[in-house]
Design a protein around this ligand. Structure first.
Ligand code: GLN
Length: 305
């Protein structure tokens, strides 16, 4: 069996020159207040072990990592019908770009760009009463931690300044690809993005992705093995925005990033790992976090390739 703790400790040591390089996301004012010098990492294995380094137990804003959880829930609720309203190709453009949406007549390229997540949120809103809370409970159940909360200051901050998301949701509505009002969709979406979780929480919550869809602790089936394969394929091809090719080249794992500086990555059958460091590269992925995952796959010799 691989000895993870010394590998994680080496990664944390070697990544330190990268910490604080890049820029904290400032377009959501509340996110700009975070200390840029954090670095945390947690790796979980399906046999119940967790290996940590640095700030692995400090909660951070998961932002777009929430798109993995909401897509999982939408797939549970409506299955393949999701694909009537969404594509599954990499976008090759920024996560909040409007241009492609116009050209492709309101069908977002994939569920992991903002417009795609608006559609996913709309699907959940149409199916569940009190959808916001249902998503929170779903995530709490995945990581077995009832203290996961919405960071209301972050949600309100984005509600007050998320003009581009408002433009996008209205655009989707004009193409007939939202059933609920743009305001209702965005209220839920901003709350989902504001979930505050630690690296340990996020890595635990994604263990089902490396365990054929099953939560290892309880044996509960979250999604089928076939859907798990698809979620991982989408993360590999669409999870890190317009640098998805470079990310696959360097790291070689299905992953999803968020502008809070978190990245979740999984190696099916082996582990889920979450890194967090707030400063982002130009594509909006954590700069030190990406470097840490690259070091992890190099040092362990394990990736999907
Ligand atoms: N809430 C953020 C937004 O909509 C999420 C983006 C991200 O993490 N990439 O802009």
């Amino acid at each position: 069996m691989i000895s993870w703790q010394p590998i994680i400790d080496d990664v944390a040591r070697e990544v330190s020159p990268h910490i604080g390089k890049g820029k904290v996301a400032a377009y959501i004012p509340e996110l700009a207040r975070v200390d840029a010098n954090h670095f945390g990492m947690a790796l979980c294995t399906p046999d119940g072990r967790t290996y940590c380094a640095g700030d692995a137990s400090i909660p951070f804003s998961i932002q777009s990592i929430s798109k993995v959880f909401t897509l999982t829930l939408a797939l549970q609720l409506v299955g393949d019908d999701v694909w009537k309203r969404l594509g599954r190709e990499p976008s090759g453009s920024a996560f909040n770009s409007l241009v492609q949406l116009e050209q492709e007549r309101g069908i977002p390229r994939n569920p992991f760009i903002n417009a795609g997540a608006h559609v996913v949120t709309d699907i959940i809103l149409s199916r569940l009463q009190d959808a916001k809370l249902k998503v929170l409970h779903f995530v709490r159940g995945l990581c077995n931690n009832s203290s996961v909360v919405f960071d209301l200051a972050v949600a309100r901050s984005e509600q007050a300044t998320g003009f581009r998301n408002y433009a996008m949701a209205n655009f989707l509505k004009s193409f007939g690809n939202l059933n609920n009002s743009p305001d209702a969709v965005l209220d839920a979406y901003f709350h989902h993005c504001s979930m505050s979780m630690t690296c340990v929480d996020v890595a635990r919550a994604c263990l089902f992705l490396c365990n054929s869809g099953i939560l290892p602790e309880s044996g509960e089936c979250v999604v089928s093995p076939a859907l798990t394969k698809r979620l991982n394929a989408l993360m590999l091809t669409c999870g890190t925005y317009d640098s998805v090719g470079d990310f696959a080249f360097r790291v070689g794992l299905p992953a999803k990033s968020g502008v809070g500086g978190g990245i979740i990555a999984v190696l099916p059958g082996h582990f889920s790992v979450c890194v967090w460091s707030p400063c982002l590269n130009e594509s909006g992925n954590s700069l030190a976090g990406t470097a840490a995952l690259e070091l992890l796959t190099e040092k362990s010799g394990l990736s999907i390739f």
